[in-house]
Design a protein around this ligand. Sequence first.
Ligand SMILES: *Cc1c(COP(=O)(O)O)cnc(C)c1O
Length: 419
Amino acid sequence: MNDFDVESEVRSYCRSWPVVFDTARGARLTDVDGRSYLDFFAGAGALNYGHNPPALKEPLLEYLGRDGITHGLDMYTVAKGEFLRTFEELVLRPRGLNYKVQFPGPTGANTVESALKLARKIAGRESIINFTHAFHGMTLGALSVTGNSMKRGGAGIPLVHATPMPFDNYFDGTVPDFLWLDRLLGDSGSGLNEPAGVIVETVQGEGGINPARIEWLQGLADLCRRHHILLIVDDVQMGVGRTGPFFSFEIAGIEPDIVCLSKSISGYGLPMALTLIKPEYDQWGPGEHNGTFRGNNPAFVTATAALREYWSDDALERSTLAKGERVEAALSELADSSQAVELTPKGRGLARGLSFSHPEMAAKTCAAAFERGLLMETAGPSDEVMKIMPPLTISDAELEEGLAVVGDAVRTVTEGVLA
Ligand SMILES: *Cc1c(COP(=O)(O)O)cnc(C)c1O
């Protein structure tokens, strides 16, 4: 692997999967030795439609072939115009949602930073409420609202102006929702800095595939309304159909003030991000949140093609929910038959996880799966959750093939453990 010696120690995924990948199509990658791998990882949620989907690749190649604008800052371009019109027609209008669309820099952390800045500007306050086990990105603002102590430690300076509150079920269902937060907000002697906004994931991805219940999300939206706090939903990983509907918050019938989207919005793994803002809160001055790569036009082309291909009807949403139930059933079966090791299935849609009572076994299971030709990563504060996130477009046959590998890997690692 001499080519890679010069790469920084910060690299991580390649340590779990020490092969050189070359090509990929749909739910499969191929390495330089011609070995094929089934993908239960999907670019950490950036490849919801799989690798190199033909319905996106063709328009992209056509666009590049005719010298379409590649880099456009925030200039008006045909590709951006078509994306905005299509997003409005196929995503916002059918859902009765009214948002202005901001293009921040093209990553999840960028949209989160823009959302935090905007909330603070609108409210004229500094503090943000975040939740236990949250993940919002690796830049300083995004890290300040992230839970993981290892990642926070990388900041090297104090991470301030954020106050963590218990996410849904933090006390194992024994404490009424929002008891602590509601009490603090209503008590002028509580010492809580009055927050500008709340930032939340509907299903925590990196935090261990923890879904918030619908009632909890509705309760949070209601609390934000009562206390005049802006509600930011970070849908970077769970949006674009990962849990079934386009936006993960749709099932709760809530309308966040600000929504963060990135990972799968371009649909092709090309960098792109959006910050959706309720019109009355679009209080930016021109250039107040800037960035050189906000106009990644090839990403606009594939994003438009993806919306037309997958979001003109509800076929993808329905198949995602059905596949999610199939994964859930397979994980429940594994959990029921496990003897000494307690396995807990969790998740929503095609964001699924299996939590291990012996945390180190999750990574061992992922390693065993890799030996059998399947990519899967871990999540959770102790990496105790095996995370199953195939492309939404995976075929039923490939899903079964992958689940068989997962079952085999789980049994290999857990059997033989004495209670
Ligand atoms: C991945 C992720 C981010 C950060 O996105 P980057 O593109 O890595 O900066 C933010 N929020 C959530 C929920 C994520 O899953």
